[in-house]
Each structure stands twice: as structure tokens, then as C-alpha cells.
Design a protein around this ligand. Sequence first.
Ligand SMILES: N[C@@H](CCC(=O)N[C@@H](CS)C(=O)NCC(=O)O)C(=O)O
Length: 229
Amino acid sequence: MSEGVTNFGRATVKLFSFWRSLATFRVRVALNLKGVVPDEIIDVNLMQGKQRADAFRAVNPQMLLPALIDADGPVLFQSLAIIEYLDEKYPQPPLLPASPRARARVRALAQIVACDSHPLMVPRVREYLEHQLKLDEEARLKWIRHWIGEALAALEANLSASSDTGRYCHGNAITLADICLVSQAVGAKFFNYDTAPFPTVRRIADLCMQHDAFARAHPLRQPGAPQAA
Ligand SMILES: N[C@@H](CCC(=O)N[C@@H](CS)C(=O)NCC(=O)O)C(=O)O
């Protein structure tokens, strides 16, 4: 781990982050939407396996990013749980709609990404495919692209068929579902997956990326990211 940005030693909000982490991207968007600026950003280099170092294991025994420490803690982990925590602590702008049915839809769309697709392509899974199952790079990419496509297809089917879909995933305000949808679209780009067959997903992702909270949170705009898209 290496120390990142600090504000006068007043460490009230600490975000454990890595530029490429899509789950951390989701939390960065939520922080930006809520106007919360972390006092410290602690870089955990996933490409160097630093998530498994003792220093980070003590923070999050699951050895996954993101992790967030708000004031005296305890540490918060799992991107959806962190985002809902932020939403409850800072209610404006709301990231979940008001009605139970609408909230369920937004959470379900979010979980297509965060529970059913993204976990299948993270470093620990890619490493297992490579080192334990001995799959070559072509087979590993086939795996990743398959699960990216499954989620994009599920999102597109729901979004294009539902009268609840508006400018964003649910109506005309940004919700948790949009945050997750954008992380899926950005992840697809990382693996050169063409999102053209999913026009509703693409339209909403493009619209979100015009918003400063999303644009500033983009993985390629974080410290340590490569220059090129
Ligand atoms: N379900 C978790 C996923 C967390 C996760 O897998 N994070 C990735 C980075 S996006 C990670 O830290 N991977 C480390 C590893 O796989 O070893 C969440 O949404 O927070």
C-alpha cells in the first residue's frame, strides 16, 4: 500500500482504492454524487497482489477492494453496502427511488452487475483459471467475455422492455443501477467487448459519463492508470 492524497492529517474518510477496480469505481461515483471527498486515498495495487499483503488483509480480511473507513470505523466493505451506507448517511441526491417496488428493481439491476457478472472476472478468479485450471489466455478471455455478455444481455432485456426505464435505468434520476451499469460498460471496454448490440445500456452509460461525478471517477482518470483508453 502507498499513501495517496491526504488533507492536513484530518483523516476522517479513507478510501482503499486501485485505478482499475470496477467495484471501487462504483464507490467513487457515489462519493462524488454525494459530494464526499475522501481525506485519504490509499492505493492497493491489485496488479502486484497488494490486496493479499498483511497491511490490507488487516483492513479487509476478504482481501478485496473497495474498503472505506468513515471516522472511527469499523471498516466498510462490499461496494453495494458502502453505496447504500453513503446513501443513508447523505440522503441527497437519493440513489434509490422511494417506492419499495422501484427500490427492488433498482437493486436487482445493480445486482446483475455486482453479484452475477463482475465477480466472475476479478483478479482472484482470473488467477485461479490460469494457475489452478491451467486455462490459456484465449480461454480465460472467452470466460470473461461470456459473463460480460450475459449481464449486458440481461440489462438490455430488462431496460428495453420496462416502462420504468427513463433517461436513466429507473426514471429520470441517477440511481444505484446506473452506477453499476456504467461499471459494466467500462469493464466491457477493458476487455474489448462490443456493447453495440445493447443500445439501451450504451445510451444510459454514455449519458452517465457526461456527468462530472462519473467522469471524474473513471478508472483511467485515477492515479497510476495508463494514459490510453
Ligand atoms: N462484490 C465485491 C467485489 C469486490 C472485488 O472483487 N473487488 C476486486 C476489484 S474490482 C478485487 O479487489 N479483487 C482482488 C482479487 O480478486 O484478488 C464488491 O462489489 O465490492
